[in-house]
Each structure stands twice: as structure tokens, then as C-alpha cells.
Write a protein that binds this ligand. Structure first.
Ligand code: UN1
Length: 510
């Protein structure tokens, strides 16, 4: 299999060793170099990282504040060209990036390829949107002798805090939007995935993003807290847990300084409804994909499947059969469907949930974890758990655990109430050949991304803008037309052109 990888040219089998640390003009590396181990075996060293501390965080914001002045005055076209170039460089370095994604984050090759594609798409899509949206805006004409100009400009220093489950695509999606809108950025990648962030940051500088307009701060929670509580911060983009989003919201609301926007994309207890008219093979495929791909470590992943009771036994039998076929193993091998979860802490949390559930609910399927060389990795095999009632699942469990609950056709309204009652609204699937049922489900629930007769993951940038409501986030949708402008400041300049010296051309579009 290793020879296959090399001969297909897909990737090299070992990840390059990366020594990561803070990046950006005027920052000094401090602290110890901590080893980063591959989650697939817990022992292969992928690189080292020096974490930033509170002082480095403050210094980065102060320096970025200065870098902002020049970056925000650059014409939109220059900023867009730099981000387009980032996209080109990601494609050029695809193999190396894929290996780091596999080794550091446990990503399978298919997930790695898709993630790099998504990161490239974010850069190019937002660059195109910046060109289209940040020119002079249209306004109603004012009185004679007055010129009104509408434009977008950067807000200042944006803090971007990104998760480990899309350590390249979401990391870069936030940053590219913030930079294109004319902000300087201080980014804190997830503490579990500093290496891919570091490699990407270096490519960004190579593409022409100035070292005083973009700072990378690998770090833990203390660095995030130091960044979000700094009074000079002009906005925060965050993707991660609902609990952390609440904490950031609280910090932003109570700290000194201006009122700043928070763009938060958080979790979900995502459901799929399958009625008796659905096509079983299609459902089976889509459920496998939605619940188990990426080891269930997507905020879009399916957590709870509602199956109409008339077809529940046959569908469960199919799902169990299909889950048995999933192959867990080295994420660098093309034959692997599911890699490890991100680390031992994540594994222990998911396994504790399964143990808990086993006591009162029915365990329908438990897969096998890899043995031999990979036995000590952070593994969780796919599980299917049948719940006696949906209320038994009270929180998002971020792993390959599918919960199934039966419902009676006459109780569809109760199912919809139950889903709405979670307070989350990220993804939702419905499988039915009855148009009225599909319409009822789609119209009734305030869920951000609804998928009809298909799987519920893998939203495509620019085609399926992604993001939820309620406990799932603030919006705007990533990869959609309104994302970029939320990072920018709208400015209207009204000029009395009749007055001596009045000259509308002084105010150019950004
Ligand atoms: C996340 O998992 O944090 O549609 C969000 C999808 C991805 C989800 C990203 N865009 O599967």
C-alpha cells in the first residue's frame, strides 16, 4: 500500500517535520518546543510547537494595529491578488499539506483533498466577492450640490480563532475574509493543529500578505482569552463550541473598548428524518457519509436519525451491515475510510458517552478499532445506538456515534418540535418522496442548511453557503455572499460640493 501511494503520486508516506511557533513582524519565539504526536498512533512525532503567551498576544495586536494602516489602504485589487496567490500556493504544495493534515489531524486522504480544495475555494471566492462588493456602492441621489459616497473599509485588528476539525479550510476561510475586507489579523489556530496553520501562514507571507498585517499565534485557551479581551480588537471570528462562543460573547460585551462584532459558528445536534417512502439504499449511503465520514468530527455531522417505525427494522439492519464495512486505519492509505479522532481527550469523552448510553439505551452496533502498530492511537469505532426517546440525547457528541429513534407517521409534528426544542439549527436532512412532507419539514425548522434526499455534510463554498442559527451560530454563512461584508466597516461620506474646496473625487472607493 505504501508503494501505491508513492507511485500514484498522491502523497509521500511520511509527514515533513515542522517546527511551529508564533509568526509575524516583531515577535520573538518564547517558551519550550512541545512535541506534536500523530493521533493515529500517539507516538509518531510530526513536529514541535512553541506556544505563544499572553504578552506575545498583546504585542501581536499592538503590532498588527500598526500594520493595519498600510494594509487597509491598499487597493482591493492588491489584497485580492494576494489571496488568489495563496490559493495557487496551496495547490502547488498540496501533497505536503495533505500529509500534515493526515499526520497532525488524522485526516483521511479524501478528507485532506476536499479540505485543501475548500481552502483554495475560500481564498478565490472571497477575493472575487471583494472585487465585486467593495467598489463604490449605489446610493439614492441627494440634493443638488451634495455628493454621497458609500464604501467599505477594514475595521482594524480582527482576531480569528479556528477549530482543529478543519484546521486548514476554516482557519483560512476566516483569515482570508478578514484580510480581504481590509483588516489586519491575529489568528489563533486550535492548540491540537498548530503545524498545518504554521505551514499555511508561511505560504501566505510568500503570496504577499505582509508580516505586520497577519500574525499567527499557536496557543492554548489563555492566548485566546488574552486576544479577545484586548481593548484594541475590532472584531472576532470564532468557530468551535457553543460554550466558548458564549464566553467570548461575554468578554466582548463587558470589556473596555468599542462594541465589536462576533462572527461565531458553533455546534449542532443535527437530525435527519427518514419516512417510509424514502429510498433505502440512498438513505443508507447518506447516513454512513453524514454520521461517520471524518470520524463524525464535523459540526455538520448527523447525530440523530429519526426513522418512521414501519421501515426502522429493515433500515437498521442495512445501516449495521454498512457500518461493518467501514475500514478504520492509517489515514494516509487510500483504503482507509475513517481515521482517528483528534486526541485521547476527545476519545475518552466520546467513549464515556457510549458507556453512559449503553446502560439505558440499546447499542445496535460497535465497530472495531485498529490493532497492532496503531493500537495506541486515539481511536473510536463507529457506533449505532437506538434511543427509546430522542430526549435521551442532550448534547452534541463530536465523534462517530449515530443515534437512531423510531417515530410514528402521525407524530411527525412532535419530531419537528423535538428538533426545534434542542435550540440548535445547523444542518438537517430529510429523506422522503412526498413533496408535502419535505415542504413541511423545511418550512417548519429554522435550520441553516437543509439537505433533501442526500447527505448532510460537505457544503461547497460559493454554492452552498454554510452556517446555522440559534445555538449553532450568529451567521453570516461562510462561503456565502454576505460573509465578507460582516468583516468590513461601512462608511458613508457626504460632501457639500458647492462649498469652496468641496471635491468628491477626494474620496475614492476602497
Ligand atoms: C465544521 O465542521 O466545523 O459542510 C463546519 C460541512 C463543512 C462543515 C464545517 N463545511 O461538512
Amino acid at each position: 500500500a505504501e508503494r501505491n501511494l508513492l507511485t500514484t503520486g498522491m502523497a509521500k508516506t511520511t509527514a515533513p517535520f515542522t517546527e511551529a511557533g508564533p509568526l509575524g513582524a516583531g515577535l520573538k519565539a518564547v517558551g519550550d518546543a512541545n512535541p506534536v504526536f500523530a493521533p493515529m498512533d500517539g507516538s509518531t512525532r510530526v513536529g514541535t510547537v512553541r506556544f505563544a503567551d499572553k504578552d506575545t498576544a498583546h504585542k501581536a495586536i499592538e503590532n498588527a494595529r500598526k500594520g493595519f494602516e498600510a494594509w487597509s489602504r491598499r487597493p482591493v485589487e492588491e489584497r485580492a491578488a494576494a489571496l488568489d496567490k495563496v490559493g495557487d500556493l496551496l495547490e502547488e504544495h498540496r501533497d505536503r499539506l495533505m500529509m500534515i493534515l493526515s499526520m497532525e489531524a488524522g485526516k483521511c486522504l479524501t478528507d485532506g483533498i476536499a479540505e485543501i480544495r475548500e481552502a483554495v475555494d475560500f481564498c478565490r471566492y472571497y477575493a472575487a466577492e471583494a472585487r465585486a462588493q467593495f467598489g463604490e456602492g449605489r446610493l439614492m441621489p441627494g440634493p443638488t450640490g451634495e455628493e454621497n459616497r458609500y464604501r467599505h473599509r477594514g475595521r482594524g485588528v480582527f482576531v480569528c480563532i479556528s477549530p482543529w476539525n478543519f484546521p486548514l479550510a476554516i482557519f483560512l476561510g476566516q483569515i482570508s475574509a478578514a484580510l480581504l475586507a481590509g483588516n489586519a489579523v491575529v489568528a489563533k489556530p486550535a492548540e491540537q493543529t498548530p503545524l498545518i496553520a504554521y505551514e499555511t501562514a508561511k505560504l501566505m507571507y510568500q503570496a504577499g500578505v505582509p508580516e505586520d498585517a497577519f500574525y499567527l499565534l499557536p496557543g492554548e485557551g489563555d492566548v485566546g482569552a488574552a486576544l479577545t479581551s484586548h481593548p484594541a480588537v475590532a472584531g472576532v471570528a470564532f468557530t468551535g463550541s457553543t460554550e466558548t462562543a458564549w464566553a467570548i460573547n461575554g468578554t466582548l460585551a463587558t470589556k473596555r473598548g468599542p462594541i465589536v462584532p462576533l462572527i461565531a459558528e458553533t455546534g449542532g445536534i443535527n437530525a435527519m428524518i427518514v419516512d417510509a417512502t424514502a429510498l433505502p439504499e440512498q438513505v443508507c449511503d447518506d447516513v454512513m457519509m453524514s454520521a461517520f465520514r471524518s470520524a463524525g468530527q464535523r459540526c455538520s455531522a448527523l447525530r440523530i436519525l429519526y426513522v418512521q417505525e414501519d421501515v426502522a427494522d429493515s433500515l437498521l439492519a442495512m445501516l449495521e451491515g454498512a457500518a461493518k464495512e467501514l475500514s478504520l486505519g492509517d489515514p494516509r492509505l487510500p483504503s482507509t475510510d475513517i481515521g482517528p479522532v483528534i486526541d485521547d481527550e476527545a476519545r475518552d469523552g466520546i467513549l464515556a458517552h457510549i458507556e453512559d448510553m449503553k446502560e439505558s439505551q440499546k447499542l445496535r452496533f460497535a465497530g472495531q478499532t485498529p490493532q497492532g502498530k496503531l493500537a495506541n492511537g486515539s481511536w473510536v469505532a463507529p457506533h449505532i445506538i437506538e434511543l427509546d426517546k430522542a430526549e435521551a440525547l442532550t448534547r452534541e457528541v463530536f465523534g462517530p456515534v449515530l443515534h437512531v429513534v423510531r417515530y410514528k407517521a402521525k407524530d411527525l409534528d412532535k419530531v419537528l418540535d423535538q428538533i426545534a426544542g434542542t435550540g440548535y439549527g445547523l444542518t438537517l436532512g430529510v429523506h422522503s418522496r412526498i413533496d408535502a412532507t419535505v415542504k413541511k419539514v423545511v418550512d417548519r425548522l429554522s435550520v441553516g442548511n437543509v439537505y433533501v434526499n442526500r447527505n448532510t455534510i460537505g457544503a461547497v463554498v460559493g454554492t452552498q453557503p454554510f452556517g446555522g442559527s440559534g445555538l449553532s451560530g450568529t451567521g453570516p454563512k461562510a462561503g456565502g455572499p454576505s460573509y465578507l461584508t460582516r468583516f468590513a466597516l461601512e462608511q458613508v461620506v457626504s460632501i457639500n460640493t458647492a462649498a469652496a474646496g468641496g471635491n468628491a473625487s477626494l474620496v475614492a472607493a476602497s
